[in-house]
Write a protein that binds this ligand. Structure first.
Ligand code: MRU
Length: 372
């Protein structure tokens, strides 16, 4: 997607140096666009854990390049041990997004398929690039499959914009390009369909206010930032035509873990008869799980993310201020699970599907059998 009119991805290998991968440091957005270089596995693990990069697809792509860097820097006489240690370091960074383990497992399998260390290094680099390219392509296709949903609503609105509500950031910043929830929006917008997006601010990290609003602005998509608790009111008054959100892990039965607060939006949407869609590439499915509420691990982050808020003050100064009393105990659950029964459909790179095991595995027949 575009930044100041120039095409950009969220992660890319250096064109001349295999030991260097570039990311956008998302902690600085929207006030500064800062590109950061990652050179060792610890850099990759830190970037994921401390949210320089975030969002399911981008966490997966970063882990893919992290494993490439593990292979690139591993000593020949201790190659396999170094790889395993690096994989464990990356896997321990964030627990909820399925894409992280998916990318690490894909890299380990790709390297196991060839013999020499030189071949393994080449294979790891190719696989990291393939994971990133596939992520971008799958999101593009999510846009193609999701766009007709907006087209159909638009036809009933006689030129009035289609109002989409989204939560958190499942935009291109959460992937390599296009985004999942935003892909149908971008596709409709570029086809001339009038669209307007209600952007939940998404406390406590404010991915909506900091990232989604910024990236929609860069693409000139009309949007309005709202406080997290506003969606229900807007839905009651007919001001939301559909909800589209992303997901960090989706069970084979269609239960969906997404940023904390998503479940409450789904409840409000059901009460108001507003369609509620979830967009995802295949890498986000956890084919081993059936019961999202019981099985999906939910990340708990520092309570300080709730108690402090950061932003930009006059004079371009970055400031972090304490909101609560310093001694207030705080619990910061990063995700919640929306059960399949509240979801209208899943928008995937293969098409739109009902959130039901039979329908999902008919679309992905290679996953008909549940892994143990
Ligand atoms: O904590 P984050 O920012 O990594 O959370 C990820 C998200 O932005 C959301 O949960 C998103 O809606 C799904 S990720 C494609």
């Amino acid at each position: 997607m575009r930044v100041n009119g120039n095409s950009c991805r969220t992660i890319w290998p250096d064109s001349g140096d295999r030991g260097l991968v570039h990311i956008i440091d998302q902690r600085q957005l929207p006030h500064a666009f800062v590109v950061e270089g990652l050179r060792c596995v610890a850099d990759f693990a830190g970037a994921i854990r401390d949210m320089h990069v975030r969002g399911a697809g981008l966490i997966g792509a970063t882990a893919g390049f992290g494993m490439h860097m593990a292979a690139h820097t591993a000593p020949e006489d201790n190659f396999d041990r170094h790889l395993r240690k690096s994989a464990d370091l990356l896997l321990a960074t964030r627990p909820t997004a399925r894409n992280l383990a998916w990318a690490v497992e894909r890299q380990l399998a790709a390297m196991a398929a060839v013999e020499s260390v030189t071949e393994k290094r080449d294979q790891a680099f190719r696989t990291a690039c393939a994971i990133a390219d596939e992520d971008a392509e799958f999101c593009r296709r999510i846009g193609e499959h999701g766009r007709p949903l907006l087209d159909a609503i638009s036809r009933t609105k006689h030129g009035e914009p289609v109002n989409v509500l989204t939560h958190c950031n499942a935009g291109w910043l959460a992937f390599v390009d296009y985004g999942s929830a935003t892909a149908p929006i971008y596709a409709a917008h570029s086809a001339g369909v009038p669209v307007h997006v209600w952007v939940d601010e998404t406390r406590p990290w404010n991915q909506g206010a900091k990232l989604t609003a910024w990236e929609l602005g860069q693409e000139s998509v009309p949007h309005t930032l709202i406080a997290d608790n506003t969606g229900g009111h807007l839905m009651q008054h007919g001001r939301v035509d559909l909800v589209i959100v992303g997901t960090d892990r989706t069970t084979r039965t269609g239960d969906v873990a997404n940023k904390i607060g998503t479940y409450l939006k789904a409840l409000a949407a059901r009460d108001c008869g507003v369609p509620f869609y979830v967009a995802l590439p295949a890498s986000t499915f956890d084919w081993s799980m059936r019961d999202g509420v019981r099985e999906i691990p939910i990340e708990e982050r520092s309570g300080d993310e709730l108690k402090y808020i950061s932003g930009r003050a006059a004079g371009d100064r970055d400031v972090r201020v304490l909101i609560s009393a310093p001694e207030t105990p705080a619990a910061n659950y990063a995700f919640d699970v929306t059960p399949a029964r509240l979801i209208t459909g899943l928008i995937t790179e293969r098409g739109v599907v009902k959130p039901e095991e039979n329908a999902i595995t008919a679309l992905y027949p290679e996953h008909r059998t549940r892994p143990s």
